[in-house]
Write a new protein. Structure first.
Length: 151
């Protein structure tokens, strides 16, 4: 290696940005590569979010369908058959939102509802946000108790 072969590491150097608007002789004077007139040639221009240049915007092109109920309550649903399997798998004696969260089965802010599909094989204590009438009857028939949590 000779002195004339030494080069900076790749990516260590870069070309400086061209100085814009410093006279016609620079080749980047006049309009300073901004084009002629209009908002985009002015300082402080910000384009409107989702603007499509006069084309009909997507939120107006697409049809509106259905209805979003703002009062809707979303539950994570567990059937009695699932509850039996989960209680055996994780050794749960109290089927509560905290226990389910600890085992990673629901999120921290999720609400839990128990439905009556399947068989409940063991006696459990339920501390959930909602339960169907059939599920409540099946739980009490198996010797368990139900306590509703209001959040």
């Amino acid at each position: 290696m000779n002195l004339h072969q030494i080069r900076p590491a790749k990516g260590a150097t870069h070309k400086p940005k061209p100085r814009l608007g410093r006279g016609e002789a620079s080749g980047k004077g006049g309009t300073s590569t901004q084009g002629n007139k209009g908002g985009q040639s002015r300082a402080g221009y910000q384009r409107k979010n989702a603007h499509e240049g006069g084309q009909m915007p997507i939120q107006r092109r697409l049809p509106k369908r259905g209805f979003n109920n703002i009062s809707r309550v979303d539950y994570k649903v567990f059937n009695l058959g699932q509850v039996s399997l989960l209680s055996e798998k994780y050794g749960i004696e109290e089927f509560s939102v905290e226990n389910l969260y600890a085992h990673g089965l629901v999120g921290k802010t999720d609400k839990v509802k128990v439905l009556a599909n399947g068989e409940l094989t063991n006696k459990l204590v339920f501390k959930v946000n909602a339960v169907s009438e059939k599920a409540k009857a099946a739980i009490e028939a198996a010797g368990g108790t139900v306590e509703l949590i209001v959040k």
